[in-house]
Design a protein around this ligand. Structure first.
Ligand code: ATP
Length: 941
């Protein structure tokens, strides 16, 4: 026994955790349609790693999770655990019992386990390689799959043979090796391409790098030569510098000695000068005082002159002020007149403005009253319009009523006339008869009257005769009257009395007349109101044009008032100007008077001041004579001292000349030294700028140079020419070359590895192909032979053939099946009947089993299309195989069930939820173990 049990939870219709314990031999899985038998097969395929939702009869993978029933909620996880016995070591793990589990969450998360350890799908698949079990194997055969085997292209049938030959693993390895080989060749092509590219750079950079090395050597030589030239130059300067410093030291000493001798002479000179200076200060002081007196004297003289001139000016000013007073007075008089005239004009303006204001007020009132009147008229118009509107509505209502009542009159008249049997013709006839009777009566009466009148003229006898005739005639008249009265009575009864009802005060015609009258009255009232509205509108139109006229006049009045205001303002301003002018003139007059007074006072003050100045002049003349005497004495003393000073200064000058010469020599030396220093600095700086190095570093080399400057310069120009001849140089070439070289060497190494790998892979692929071909051919030949005999057993005769479509390409060739049921021609399987096809496929399956039986086999209703005799043969063969291999058969066929040792029932006691029931049969076919009641749909014999 290989398949021990399966535990299903949440998978399709298995909502509850269900365990199916499998036994050796043939187990039949029974149950009514739709109870979940095929779901058990699906669960086995699923746990073995089936990924095709189509094969699992689902749209998407989540569809395999129990999705609920009317009474149960859907689950969120499906889990199937398959327990396999590995006592025979079929599976490549050395454990006697292996548990494979697959779990799927509704979120899409999927897990696989082998013996509770999480694994990848690949590991599950590898576990069943070449065992006949697994995704694409022959251990699970369904009705659909049998059809597939037979109707597939010959090449697609190969998997059964490959699985039986055990070359699936080889095939995978071969494919893997092929893939690797392809990848390797692809890599080789890529590496070769890259290498070609790199080689180009490699060659170019190699040449460039060699050139760069020559360049670098020359550069170094040039540097050394330039260094030596600079060092030689520096050495010459430094020697010169040393000599000049010595000379400077000597000259500086001499200069310092001269400076101290000059300082001594200077000190003596300073003492004599101090004495001369003090005498000169006294002289200057005396001169200053004398000068001061002179200034004082001239000051006073000029002040005296100024005062005299000022007095005459003041007299002239006083005269002018008096003249100005009289002219101002004249202007004041004329300005006063101007003011009075403007005040009169202002009064006139006020009067006229008052009048205009009154006009404006009266026009404004007129406009207001006209507007008021228009407002009232508008109100009347609105009222009248309202009334007209309501009258119109009334009239319309009345007209509606009139139409209604007219209709009523016609209807009532009609019915009354019908009721009373009134006939117009009869009435007309009767009226004619009455008129005829009245006429004949009046003719008779006229005849009687003329008879009576004639009788009155006759004699008595004739009279009596005539009167009796008249009496007879009156009798006839009485008859006519009676007839008339009868006629009238008849006429009255013929004329309908309802007319009176109609005409009565509450009668319908009276009401109609009332309505007619009301309509007419409403019309008259509306006309009156409309006329009134028109009159009011006309009045308002007149009033509006009047208002417009008033407004225009008002506007004109306002403009003239504004003009008047402007003129008045101008007049006011002119008046104010004149008043200001008057005020100014009055002030000017006062000022002129004050001016005249001030001039008089100033003239008096000036004459007093002139007298005081004359007195001070006498005193100053005396002081001047005294100071002039003091000055003569001081000038003589200073002259003597100056002669002594001149002698000392001559001596000093000689010393100074000498000092000047030495100082200039010192300075020249200092300048020279500074120049040399600058030269040295320049040499250092230039060197640093050109070579980015410090010349200090090479100081010691200065004393090792044996060549002279000329030789060095010749060599330098030669080296420079050589450098120029090199042309453009890639300075980074050596570094770039070393990088490219490294890459070039690496790629070469890689290419060698790839060549080796390709050789290995080609060898492996070839080996796999040879081994696979051998294995395949061996198995194919066996199955072919078995198929032939199995076909004959199942069909009870006939012939079954297998043929390679391309015998020279064993590893890709298709396998054609030919079948010849007994008594028929050898035919291609596509021409077989459904049952024949099933039986042929079963034959192929069993032929394969004979070569490589898979550890277990599930057959899902493959007997469905077989007839009784074929089922019999099928069951016989099945039972034979059942002794060696484990079979789980889903069937509805009683004969097949009878062949089973164990019965497994699937029911749906609860709608939509599958449940497992197991029944074990003894060898004699009796039930020996019953775990649950026999499920519905279990066929019994
Ligand atoms: N995810 C699911 N959740 C619940 N029930 C499901 C699910 N997927 C399928 N089913 C139910 O499983 C039943 C089909 O089961 P299955 O095909 O195994 O029946 P069967 O016993 O093989 O029938 P038959 O004898 O007709 O072949 C259907 O009733 C279907 O509704």
């Amino acid at each position: 026994m290989f398949l021990k049990s399966i535990q299903i939870f949440g998978f399709k219709s298995f909502a509850d955790r269900s365990v199916i314990e499998f036994r050796d031999g043939i187990s039949a899985l029974l149950g009514p349609n739709g109870c979940g038998k095929s779901n058990v097969v699906d669960s086995i395929k699923w746990v073995l790693g089936e990924q095709s939702t189509k094969t699992l009869r689902a749209e998407k993978m989540e569809d395999v999770i129990f999705n609920g029933t009317e009474n149960r909620k859907a689950l969120n996880v499906a889990e199937v655990t398959l327990t396999l016995s590995n006592d025979d070591g079929v599976l490549p793990i050395e454990i006697p019992e292996i548990e494979v589990k697959r779990r799927l969450h509704r979120s899409g998360e999927s897990e696989y386990f082998i013996n509770s350890a999480p694994v990848k799908l690949r590991e599950v698949r590898e576990l069943f390689f070449d065992t006949g079990i697994g995704k694409s194997s022959y251990s699970i055969m369904e009705q659909g799959k049998i059809d597939q085997i037979l109707s597939n292209k010959p090449e697609e049938r190969r998997y059964i043979f490959e699985e039986a030959a055990g070359i699936t693993k080889y095939k995978l390895k071969g494919a893997e090796a092929e893939r690797k080989l392809q990848r390797t060749e692809e890599n080789m092509r890529q590496v070769e391409g890259i290498l070609r590219e790199v080689k180009r750079s490699y060659d170019t950079l190699k040449v460039q790098s060699e050139k760069t090395f020559s360049y670098r050597d020359l550069k170094e030589r040039i540097f050394d030569l330039e260094l030596d030239i600079q060092l030689l130059k520096l050495k010459g300067i430094l020697d010169d510098q040393h000599q000049k410093e010595e000379k400077l030291k000597e000259k500086s000493q001499k200069r310092d000695e001269l400076r101290s001798a000059i300082d001594t002479i200077n000190n003596l000179l300073e003492e004599n000068l101090d004495q001369v200076n003090s005498m000169e200060s006294s002289l200057i002081e005396a001169q200053k005082k004398l000068y001061g007196i002179d200034i004082e004297k001239s000051n006073r003289e000029s002040r005296r002159q100024i005062l005299t001139e000022r007095s005459s000016e003041l007299e002239q000013q006083a005269k002018t002020a008096v003249e100005r007073q009289s002219s101002i007075r004249e202007k004041i008089a004329s300005t006063g007149e101007g003011i009075s005239a403007r005040e009169a004009s202002l009064a006139e303006f006020d009067k006229r403005i008052g009048e205009i204001e009154e006009h404006i007020a009266s026009f404004t009132r007129n406009i207001e009253s006209a507007n008021g009147r228009i407002g009232e008229n508008e109100k009347h118009i609105a009222q009248n319009e309202k009334t007209v509107l309501s009258l119109e509505r009334q009239r319309e209502d009345l007209q509606v009523k009139l139409r209604e009542i007219t209709d009523d009159i016609v209807t009532q008249l009609d019915s009354k006339l019908k009721e009373t049997g009134y006939s117009r013709q009869e009435r007309a006839d009767m009226e004619e008869e009455i008129l005829n009777t009245i006429e004949s009566l009046s003719i008779q009466l006229k005849g009687k009257q003329s008879l009576v009148e004639d009788a009155l003229k006759l004699d008595e006898s004739e009279k009596q005769k005539t009167l009796s005739l008249v009496r007879d005639a009156f009798e006839a008249t009485g008859l006519a009257t009676k007839k008339l009265s009868e006629l009238f009575t008849r006429y009255r009864s013929a004329v309908p009395s309802f007319i009176d009802e109609f005409l009565a005060p509450e009668g319908i015609i009276t009401i109609k007349r009332e309505i007619d009258r009301n309509i007419e009255e409403a019309g008259t009232e509306m006309t009156r109101r409309r006329e009134e509205i028109a009159a009011l509108r006309e009045e308002n139109k007149n009033l509006s044009s009047k208002i417009e006229e008033y407004r225009r006049t008002l506007e004109e009045l306002r403009i003239s008032r504004a003009q008047m205001d402007t003129q008045k303002e101008a007049m006011k301003e002119s008046l104010a100007g004149l008043k200001r002018e008057l005020n100014d003139l009055e002030k000017q007059l006062a000022a002129a008077e004050a001016e005249a007074q001030r001039c008089k006072l100033n003239i008096e003050e000036n004459s007093a001041k002139i007298k005081a100045l004359d007195r001070e002049r006498v005193e100053l003349d005396q002081q001047e004579a005294k100071l002039k005497k003091e000055l003569t004495n001081l000038e003589a003393g200073i002259n003597d001292r100056n002669k002594e000073l001149l002698k000392k200064e001559d001596n000093l000058k000689q010393q100074m000349d000498q000092l000047g010469k030495i100082q200039s020599q010192v300075e020249q030396l200092q300048v020279n030294l500074a120049g040399l220093n600058a030269e040295v600095r320049n040499i250092y700086d230039n060197f640093r700028d050109r070579h980015s190095r410090d010349l200090n570093e090479y100081d010691s080399r200065m004393f090792e140079i044996r060549e002279d400057a000329k030789d060095l310069r010749d060599k330098l120009s030669k080296a420079k020419e050589e450098l120029k001849a090199l042309g453009q140089v890639n300075l980074m070439a050596p570094e770039e070359f070393s990088e490219v070289k490294e890459r070039y060497d690496f790629l070469n190494g890689q290419l060698d590895d790839l060549y080796k790998a390709r050789e290995d892979l080609t060898r492996i692929t070839k080996q796999i192909r040879v081994e696979s071909t051998e294995l395949f051919l061996d198995t194919y030949e066996k199955i072919k032979k078995n198929f032939h005999s199995m076909f004959r057993r199942l069909f009870g005769g006939g012939r079954g053939e297998l043929q390679l479509t391309e015998p020279n390409e064993v590893l890709t060739s298709g396998i054609e099946i030919y079948a010849q049921p007994p008594g028929k021609k050898l035919e291609n399987i596509s021409l077989l009947s459904g049952g024949e096809r099933s039986l042929t496929a079963v034959g192929l399956l069993f032929a394969t089993y004979m070569v490589k039986p898979s550890p277990f086999c599930i057959l899902d209703e493959i007997d469905a299309a077989l007839d009784e005799s074929n089922v019999g043969r099928f069951v016989n063969v099945l039972m034979e195989f059942g002794n060696k291999s484990q079979f789980i058969v889903i069937t509805h066929n009683k004969k097949t069930v009878a062949g089973a040792k164990t019965l497994l029932g699937v029911t749906m006691e609860e709608s939509g939820v599958s449940k497992i029931i197991a029944v074990r049969l003894a060898d004699d076919g009796n039930v020996v173990e019953e775990e649950v009641d026999e499920p519905d749909g279990v066929p019994t014999e």
